[in-house]
Write a protein that binds this ligand. Structure first.
Ligand code: NAD
Length: 480
């Protein structure tokens, strides 16, 4: 029986291993983590992450060929294939701070593998890493090998949160990079055999190590670039009276462009896009390619611009001040169908409103109060550390309260900001919300989920990203 151990029981490690266990009953899969609480949650009825379909998959194989454990050394030493899916955050200090990838957790995992191994192993990079990380890991392992043979593979993960299970069951591609030596090719084949249990052969791509590592960074940069591109156009739509949804539809009808990832919004979030682009920028700079670095950096600058622009619209349209005014924030997760808040635009928008002394009432169907308070108190980049290394739960901020539903959040508010595209926000009784709000009542739709005309008919002043502006907003221009 092939034994797999995955170090890191997070958004990637948990779902990917659950799917491998489900699809490969003959493979034993153990997911290990230094976080005792996270492993306890994986072993409970309340899994540590929300992902549609995940509960089912875990329940079907947990206790059979899928285990969650904190006994890292035992399971690593027994495994044939070790996946490493630990945090690879942006460095916060020292060389490359604010851009380069911090490989502390990766390196300590590699050193631990070297220390406890007693048999040959295939070590798989699942985390997103800078190009040539495999070489560094290889050096750590071979310099401490005690005669054990290690093969390093790069197998970046392309799942998207919110659709992780669908993406894993039916991936566009699985990418495996390995050394072009007989041992390297054998290791690639061994991993290919695992995926071949359910992924058609023509979707399993094999490359050299460096191309696999770079493909992941490039893929995320391309995706984020599309969002920044349509967001740039959304600002121009507002200035000219065009409608960004119409423009996106017309542009996306070109089969060379395609319709996906062209929704204008308050900005992209998630743990990966910004981090991976910063990483790409840093690698480009290190290779003397400043034009390449500047090009990709623009994608992040456009995203920051979009978030600022949104806050400025809110403040400007409410007579240039939100001081002491209650603002309801609907949605805090970085997108719908996930409870993940890492790099969510909601953090920047809320911090922007708090700077202007607003009082905020937040409702999100999946994000806990503790998480929201922690996010609003955490400095940029510190969120991507194992939980026990993050700041303790901060004392709740006085200007921020958490509501049980959208109606409670909006009661007595001057404005409502929609920051996540949860389906339920489309179906709300906006007349009831309007009746309970201060007047004039504003809706700022950062995800284009509501029909502005219907809301205007109720009496709201509506701002929707990239849509023709109300005369109210035209008369109260915001600094871009
Ligand atoms: N979240 C995504 O959508 C996504 C998609 C593709 C790739 N990735 C990449 O995958 C990697 C993991 O991301 P994630 O979202 O699962 O992160 P995560 O923070 O949810 O999980 C990482 C886990 O690793 C654990 N960990 C850290 N150091 C450890 C060690 N030495 N030993 C054991 N456990 C350790 C942490 O406690 C944590 O539970 C990152 O490199 C990320 O960029 C993420």
């Amino acid at each position: 029986m092939v034994k797999i151990c995955c170090i890191g029981a997070g958004y990637v490690g948990g779902p990917t291993m659950a799917v491998i266990a489900l699809k490969c009953p003959s493979v034993e899969v153990v997911v290990v983590d230094i976080s005792v609480n996270r492993i306890a949650a994986w072993n409970s009825d309340q899994l540590p992450i929300y992902e549609p379909g995940l509960d089912d998959a875990v329940k079907q194989c947990r206790g059979k060929n899928l285990l969650f454990s904190t006994d890292i050394e035992k399971h690593v030493s027994e495994a044939d294939i070790v996946f490493v899916s630990v945090n690879t955050p942006t460095k916060t200090r020292g060389l490359g701070a604010g851009k380069a990838s911090d490989l502390t957790y990766w390196e300590s995992a590699a050193r631990m593998i070297a220390e406890v191994s007693k048999s040959d192993k295939i070590v798989v990079e699942k985390s997103t890493v800078p190009v040539r990380t495999a070489e560094a890991i290889e050096k750590i392992l071979t310099h401490n090998s005690k005669g054990i043979n290690y093969q390093i593979l790069s197998n970046p993960e392309f799942l998207a949160e919110g659709t992780a299970m669908q993406d894993l069951f039916n991936p566009d591609r699985v990418l495996i990079g390995g050394r072009e030596t007989p041992e390297g090719r054998k290791a690639v084949q061994a991993l290919k055999d695992v995926y071949a249990h359910w992924v058609p052969e023509d979707r399993i791509l094999t490359t050299d190590l460096w191309s696999a590592e770079l493909s992941k960074l490039a893929a995320n940069a391309f995706l984020a670039q599309r969002i920044s591109s349509i967001n740039a156009i959304s600002a121009l739509c507002e200035a000219t009276g065009a409608n960004v949804s119409e423009v996106a539809y017309a542009v996306g009808k070109d089969s060379r462009v395609g319709p996906k990832f062209l929704n204008a919004s308050v900005g992209f979030g998630g743990s990966s896009f910004q981090k991976d682009i910063l990483n790409l920028v840093y690698i480009s700079e290190c290779n003397g390619l400043s034009a390449v670095a500047n090009y990709w950096y623009q994608v992040i600058q456009m995203n920051d611009y979009q978030k600022n622009r949104f806050v400025n619209r809110v403040v400007a349209s409410m007579f240039n001040t939100v001081s002491g005014k209650k603002i309801a924030v609907l949605g805090f997760a970085f997108k719908k169908d996930t409870g993940d808040t890492r790099e969510t635009p909601a953090v920047d928008v809320c911090k922007g409103l708090l700077r202007d002394k607003a009082t905020i009432s937040i409702y999100d169907p999946q994000v806990t109060e503790d998480q929201i308070q922690r996010d609003l108190a955490t400095n940029k980049f510190y969120w991507d550390r194992p939980v026990h290394l993050q700041p303790m739960s901060p004392t709740a901020m006085k200007q921020v309260s958490i509501a049980w539903d959208a109606y409670e959040a909006a009661k007595g508010a001057h404005g409502v900001c929609i920051l996540t595209e949860w389906d339920e926000f489309k179906e709300l009784d906006y007349r009831r919300i309007y009746n309970d709000m201060q007047k004039p009542a504003f809706v700022f739709d950062g995800r284009n989920v509501v029909d502005p005309e219907k809301l205007r008919a109720i009496g709201f002043i509506v701002y929707a990203i990239g849509k023709p502006l109300d005369s109210w907003l035209k008369n109260m221009p915001a600094v871009a």
